[in-house]
Design a protein around this ligand. Structure first.
Ligand code: HEC
Length: 134
């Protein structure tokens, strides 16, 4: 009886090792996921839990925290230090304002200042920003 138990204990780790080796091989192909072209800016954001960090909106939140809160409020629904609330901004508005510092045709700006700077390096992040600000 005792012996049987002992050999079972030895056998199990062996089986697990085999499984994990199989697993590693299985992942080999997908390991080289295309890089996301994410901005090198260190995500100083205290951040989203790992599980959510891949969603568009949570990426948008990191982009927002890293690039917008110097002027806009960390809560996009509130006015910030020098810039208006921008919760609900459309993707079209974000693209115009963030990438080119302009507005879509016919859009009435919330402020008539021209204090924002264009951030064209964020071109790839507009959909994420829009998802976050929705
Ligand atoms: C240097 C300060 C500054 C930074 C950084 C900044 N903004 Fe702005 N933003 C402003 C100011 C000020 C305005 C008001 C219009 C103006 O003066 O250009 C504005 C206006 C806007 C508007 C137009 C609001 C409206 O409906 O009229 C949007 C959209 C916007 N910002 C988005 C962003 C996003 C997204 C980021 C980060 C990627 C960002 N801004 C970063 C200062 C800034």
């Amino acid at each position: 009886m005792h012996r049987l138990l002992q050999s079972a204990r030895v056998a199990i780790p062996g089986a697990l090792l085999g499984l994990s080796l199989l697993g590693l091989q299985g992942c080999g192909d997908s390991a080289q996921a295309p890089s996301t072209g994410k901005a090198p800016a260190t995500t100083a954001s205290n951040a989203a839990p790992a599980a959510a960090s891949d969603t568009l909106a949570s990426r948008g939140r990191s982009v927002y925290n890293a690039n917008c809160v110097a002027c806009h409020n960390p809560n996009p629904a509130e006015p910030g230090a020098i810039a208006p609330a921008i919760q609900g901004s459309s993707e079209t508005l974000l693209e115009a304002k963030v990438l080119h510092n302009t507005y879509p045709p016919g859009y009435t700006p919330k402020r008539d200042t021209n204090a924002m700077i264009a951030l064209p390096n964020l071109a790839k992040q507009i959909p994420a920003l829009a998802a976050y600000l929705k």
